[in-house]
Design a protein around this ligand. Structure first.
Ligand code: C5P
Length: 215
């Protein structure tokens, strides 16, 4: 299973809270897995991308709560999950069913935290399942990513660099580091997201083989 894209958190019938995630990284990973013969469940937030491979079952969602429901629906039947989606951290407590009117007063929007999907899957993950996360850090990158790996019970975490131009949100290229549970860090150069996805899938295969005892 792969999650991709942003989530949109409704404010009223015409407005939402979102983020700039394009879904490109998640879709590239889903395509790479599918092209290697895997059956992929791609749980995606609202994106402008198409998925052509017949090995990909696309599940469209809008909000974090919907993404959480769909991930929990499919996870137990999967060999693992790669959590690429940029899930909104908060959602409005109340969704207005009328368009909110403009006033001259300040408008306060109360937000509640969204479920952490990766963390909840980490709690139910079986020994034969692999869970992979992404991290986008602005400071103390490697330490923060490693703490996230432990907190969410991930097998490895992909650290996106924000300090590189051409890397991360909306770009076609990305520069990543992979941190695993042993503390090993592998650094990769700036590459197309399609090539980055090959590096990530290779790491996945390495872990899968070590779980199943293959060389
Ligand atoms: O804690 P942070 O948002 O930095 O963690 C990022 C990782 O956790 C990503 O793999 C992201 O897809 C996943 N995540 C999630 N549900 C959330 C927040 C993050 O699955 N609500």
């Amino acid at each position: 299973m792969v999650t991709a894209g942003p989530t949109h958190e409704k404010i009223d019938p015409v407005r939402y809270i979102g983020n700039y995630s394009s879904g490109k990284m998640g879709f590239a990973i889903a395509e790479e897995l599918a092209s290697q013969g895997a059956k992929v469940i791609l749980v995606t937030g609202p994106v402008a991308l198409k998925s052509g491979n017949e090995n990909i079952l696309r599940v469209d969602v809008v909000s974090a709560v919907e993404m959480n429901t769909q991930c929990h629906r499919y996870f137990r039947d999967c060999n693992g999950a790669i959590m690429v989606a940029a899930v909104a951290d908060f959602a409005p407590v109340l969704v207005d069913n009328q368009k909110i009117k403009r006033t001259s007063e300040n408008y306060l929007l109360e937000l509640r935290p969204n479920p952490d999907i990766a963390e909840s899957l980490g709690k139910i993950k079986r020994k034969d399942q692999i869970l992979v996360g992404f991290a986008l850090e602005t400071n103390n990158e490697e330490n923060n990513a490693f703490m996230k790996l432990q907190k969410k019970n991930l097998d490895f975490i992909v650290l996106n660099s924000l300090s590189d131009s051409g890397s991360g949100f909306q770009h076609d290229t990305n520069r990543i580091k992979i941190l695993d549970r042993s503390g090993a860090i592998t650094t990769f150069g700036l590459k197309q997201k399609t090539e980055v996805s090959v590096d990530i899938v290779n790491k996945l295969i390495e872990i899968e083989n070590s779980i199943s005892g293959l060389p």
